[in-house]
Write a new protein. Structure first.
Length: 151
């Protein structure tokens, strides 16, 4: 049964993605640096891009499943500035439990002057799957298969 997702699946990295974004003036504080809370918005957009709107809508409509943030661990290492180009890398660790952990990093996009991607911020964001009654809900094999790209 190669297409079947095992019920005792260990935590496994599923989807991975990169999102490119620009730093707008509205993203910055008085010093011209990205305001610390703005990184959470960048990471939220990247999670949505990683899962895709179609997949999120499928989780809601077919499985009555939504995700809420439970915990955020974030490290601010260097500041992005107005007009910088960023790359947000995301990967998600999944298991049948109600929790998924997203590992997300914000990098300064390489330029002609600097060929290296510079790590600016790193985060570990735990989300919990919930049902319509806002109760935690384990991920069933079909949902896991979708997350692991086995559809």
């Amino acid at each position: 049964m190669p297409n079947e997702t095992p019920t005792k699946l260990p935590r496994t990295f599923a989807l991975k993605s990169q999102l490119e974004t620009a730093v707008y003036y509205e993203d910055t504080d008085f010093s011209g640096s990205v305001y610390h809370a703005q990184y959470l918005k960048f990471f939220e957009r990247a999670r949505e891009e990683l899962l895709t709107q179609d997949l999120l809508l499928k989780f809601i409509s077919e499985f009555s499943l939504q995700f809420v943030v439970r915990e955020v661990k974030i490290k601010y290492l260097k500041a992005a500035k107005f007009a910088d180009k960023l790359i947000i890398e995301s990967k998600v660790l999944v298991s049948p439990s109600p929790t998924m952990i997203f590992f997300q990093n914000a990098y300064l996009k390489p330029t002609a002057q600097n060929q290296d991607m510079i790590l600016l911020t790193e985060a570990e964001i735990m989300v919990v799957a919930i049902n319509k009654e806002f109760k935690p809900r384990r991920l069933n094999p079909e949902v896991l298969a979708l997350l692991l790209g086995r559809t």
